[in-house]
Design a protein around this ligand. Structure first.
Ligand code: GDP
Length: 432
């Protein structure tokens, strides 16, 4: 999600402008002279386009090193933002402090939009044209308080944002797509047979959906699911056709086409390298994951003991995967599959509001700061969730993070927000 940073002297109306942009009242603390607000990100939307607005706060007007404070604020804005809103007070005009800030901003290649705030009437609006002299191009006269001019400003912000990704949300949703994968003989066909009696009935009941002929529509737990590329499984008479290479391509294709994968393992046998490869395919593709230990009817106390050890050892990297112990033969725990799939998909599509994410993050880094290396420790400035399916996060930092600390953040993120059954991705954008 693109970031818009709001920069300007204290009392030019940054908070009011942020409130206007996010379309909410008293969300943002007012400028209080002598009080420096922290950088606070908020979610905003205009014409179907979502972005994050960061209020970069103010600086102490008569702090000893005011120039340094301005520089720091501008720098943070420039580092983290895709677009900078530079706010001046149209009733006051540009001041030497504004000019100092502009100098900082112009060193970056980031688009800067000049906002002439407090343009409550036409005559102030006319005055605002003099702000061309700042060298930031056309000033946008706005009254953040009354809303005057804010539509034009939002249009300008959208125009300056990086290219929008294709809109995929809100499209009517057919059945959820599931890949049923696992090495030969783990029981995929047997499990599929438990779900699919007569398929035609299900196909006809989902009006208007086009389903690939190699897929099956089946009912699991009262819900229709699209099991991708299961044609091979159902038609199979006797032996599986094709080489292992072909089978693995097919598995990769099914995982790719699916939203969630059920990886079937044979609980009566050790977890093999081939099992591991299939699990890696799922995590690398960023799909939600349910691991089903099939043939549980064959597991006795002895096997159970060894299996627990294998799980600790072999599935260490994916403790978040949802695990089920079932039997395609006896039907044991087969009814747990649909709830597990739904849970994994819900995690996969979770979106955390930016403000909530950053509240949590601020507390986390305060309690456990990044370890100091060579006298310095990188700081995390703030985070945004860049996307869902799977959840992807971007951490804006003052420098690269230690791998260990990044893992710590991921673990804590999972503790806080769940994500059971879904991989999550965290990328770090250090200041250059
Ligand atoms: P696929 O190659 O993954 O499709 O595996 P199949 O469904 O063809 O099953 C392989 C073998 O395992 C068959 O002989 C099945 O009868 C047997 N099998 C499948 N599920 C179970 C189970 O839950 N318990 C037991 N004991 N055997 C099973």
């Amino acid at each position: 999600q693109p970031v818009v940073a709001v920069v300007g002297r204290p009392n030019v109306g940054k908070s009011t402008l942020v409130n206007r942009i996010i379309g909410r009242r008293q969300a943002v603390v007012e400028d209080v002279p002598g009080v420096t607000r922290d950088r606070v990100p908020y979610d905003a939307q205009w014409n179907g386009r979502a972005f994050t607005v960061v209020d970069t706060g103010g600086w102490e007007p008569d702090a000893k090193d005011r120039a340094a404070a301005i520089a720091a604020q501008a720098e943070i804005a420039v580092v983290t933002a895709d677009v900078v809103l530079f706010v001046v007070d149209a009733m006051v005009g540009s001041t030497d402090v504004d000019e100092a800030a502009v100098k900082m901003l112009r060193r970056s290649a980031k688009p800067v939009i000049l906002v002439a705030n407090k343009a409550d009437n036409t005559s102030i609006e006319m005055e605002a044209t003099s702000l061309w002299s700042l060298g930031l191009g056309e000033p946008f006269p706005v009254s953040a308080l009354h809303g005057r001019g804010s539509g034009d400003l939002l249009d300008a912000i959208l125009a300056a944002l990086p290219e929008a990704p294709a809109i995929v949300e809100n499209r009517p949703r057919g059945p959820r797509r599931v890949a049923l994968v696992g090495r030969p003989n783990v029981g995929k066909s047997s499990l599929l047979n438990r779900f699919s009696g007569e398929d035609r009935a299900v196909v006809d009941s989902v009006a208007g959906t086009t389903v690939d002929p190699v897929d099956s529509l089946v009912e699991i737990g009262g819900q229709t699911w699209q099991l991708v590329d299961t044609a091979g499984l159902r038609k199979r008479v006797g032996k599986a056709s094709g080489t292992e290479y072909y089978a693995s391509l097919r598995t990769a294709g099914a995982i790719d086409a699916a939203e969630v994968a059920v990886v079937l393992l044979d609980a009566s046998e050790p977890i093999s390298e081939q099992d591991q490869r299939i699990l890696s395919m799922v995590t690398e593709a960023g799909r939600a994951l349910v691991i089903a230990f099939n043939k549980w009817d064959l597991v006795d106390a002895d096997r159970r003991y060894y299996l627990d050890k294998e799980i600790d050892r072999e599935l260490r990297r994916i403790p978040w995967a949802i695990r089920l112990n079932l039997s395609a033969m006896t039907g044991r725990a087969v009814d747990k599959l649909a709830p597990a799939l739904n849970k994994a998909l819900a995690s996969w599509e979770t979106r955390v509001p930016t403000a909530h994410l950053n509240q949590w993050l601020t507390a986390l880094v305060q309690a456990t700061p990044h370890p100091v290396r060579g006298g310095r420790a990188p700081r995390i400035l703030f985070a945004t969730q860049a996307g869902v399916a799977p959840p992807r996060f971007v951490l804006f930092t003052t420098g690269p993070l230690d791998a260990g600390y990044q893992r710590f953040v991921e673990r804590k993120l999972r503790e806080e927000f769940g994500y059971e059954g879904s991989p999550i991705e965290i990328s770090v954008r250090p200041r250059k």
